[in-house]
Design a protein around this ligand. Structure first.
Ligand code: SF4
Length: 412
């Protein structure tokens, strides 16, 4: 019987995983995390001795696709075992207890590991009508999420719906669905969007924590850079066909049979960020484009509205210029920013030199005037142009010389 505080390697060895497979897994994790191969032994050492992390997995408005991704494999893999050995203390779909007993399992786990468990949230969170569209044990799902995530070491939002509401939040949806970030204030939040998420990214996120005792760096919306930092289009094995103008124009045509680029049948790879082409699905077997279907952009914010229709190209970013892509716009913007930075830097240097030389001239003029007499000194201190612009001084002018005291006692 493996205890929670037994090292992970002990648990894996007991399940028949060989040491060699474990080292291969560590190398694969280093690669998924975009770390040099030299990090593999460090990952292996850290993961081998790491205690298993308790997990509370919540499901709201969802299709269980991420749970399916978590479980989906025909034969056990080390990634599965790592996730299995997370000690999932509460998962409504997988656990035996139901009803009040299930709720008791959740609250017991929270008490047993204060600030020491991972909260995983799958699905959108309805907020309309007091959260009535999804309740657990008679309570709005929103309140349960807040309660569990507030006491967690970290929260991981898995899938597009937990990221920003996903499909339930699409136009016309009546439930007011939102993602975890809109409900949970503060605390460490990692988001792994996708429909479903790539479970390799969940494994890599946890391995990163076990190895470095911190979660991987993320962008402003909680997406780890290792998984969402690159454009799909730039990693795609069909990219050369895009460059050579070899496109699938209709399903089943010559281009489709030859594996040409799917851009003209709606592939959203040029607008979507994720590591699907390199990590792939099904133990690295394939991914959407390799299987012959265009990317649908499911890792992007509001993808159900923003990335549809799935089988047509998105409108060009510049109206009436269909050949200009987002790549071109991005490059132009970057070039523009660089040019403006250079111009601004040059202007700042010139201005600072002019200011310094102007100050020197005025100081020299004032020194010469002071030597000549008090009237010349006053004129030099206030250039004549500024005095003309200020207008004549009269008795009602509060700023005139000698009126600093509001009582008027100094008025000349
Ligand atoms: Fe880009 Fe999609 Fe073509 Fe791949 S299939 S090169 S992601 S447009």
């Amino acid at each position: 019987m493996i205890r929670l505080d037994d090292g992970l390697l002990a648990a894996l060895l007991e399940r028949g995983v060989s040491r060699r497979s474990f080292l291969k897994f560590s190398a694969a994790m280093a690669s998924a995390l975009a770390l040099p191969a030299s990090f593999a032994p460090r990952i292996a050492a850290a993961v081998a001795t790491a205690p298993r992390l308790p997990v509370i997995w919540l499901r709201g408005q969802d299709c269980a696709g991420n749970t399916e991704a978590f479980l989906r494999a025909t034969s056990p893999t080390i990634a599965e075992l790592v996730l299995d050995l997370l000690s999932v203390d509460y998962h409504a779909t997988l656990m035996a207890p139901a009803g009040a007993a299930a709720t008791l399992s959740r609250t017991t786990a929270m008490e047993r590991y204060p600030d020491g468990y991972i909260a995983i949230v799958e699905g959108g969170i309805p907020t309309a009508d007091g959260g009535a569209y999804c309740t657990i044990g008679g309570r709005p799902f929103r309140d349960v999420v807040r309660e569990v995530c507030d006491g967690a070491l970290a929260t991981i939002a898995v899938g597009a719906c937990a990221f920003d509401g996903g499909t339930p939040a699409a136009a016309g949806g009546p439930t007011g669905a939102v993602g975890v970030a809109s409900v949970v204030a503060g605390g460490r939040l990692i988001t792994l969007p996708g429909c479903p998420l790539n479970v390799e990214n969940l494994t890599a996120t946890i391995v990163h924590y076990l190895t470095f005792r911190e979660f991987p760096p993320t962008d402003g919306r909680g997406r780890p850079y290792f998984a969402y930092g690159g454009l799909i289009h730039n990693q795609c094995e069909r990219r050369a066909h895009f460059e050579f103008g070899e496109f699938v124009l209709a399903w089943g045509d010559e281009g489709a049979q030859k594996g040409w680029c799917l851009y003209k049948v709606g592939c959203k790879g040029p607008e979507a960020f994720a590591n699907c082409p390199t990590v792939r699905y099904g133990e690295g077997t394939s991914w959407t484009v390799k299987a012959g279907h265009g990317c649908v952009g499911c890792t992007m914010p509001g993808f159900w509205d923003a990335m549809t229709p799935a089988y047509r190209r998105l409108p060009p970013p510049v109206p009436f210029a269909p050949t200009i892509s987002v790549d071109h716009v991005g490059q132009a913007l970057v070039g523009g920013v660089v040019a403006l930075t250079v111009v601004h830097g040059g202007a700042t240097i010139v201005r600072s030199r002019l200011t310094r030389s102007g100050e020197r001239r005025r100081a020299a003029k004032a020194a010469a005037a002071a030597a000549a007499g008090p009237i010349e000194a006053a004129v030099a201190a206030e250039p004549i142009e500024a005095a003309v612009a200020a207008g004549p001084i009269d008795a009602g002018d509060a700023d005139r010389p000698g009126t600093a005291d509001p009582s008027g006692s100094e008025v000349a």
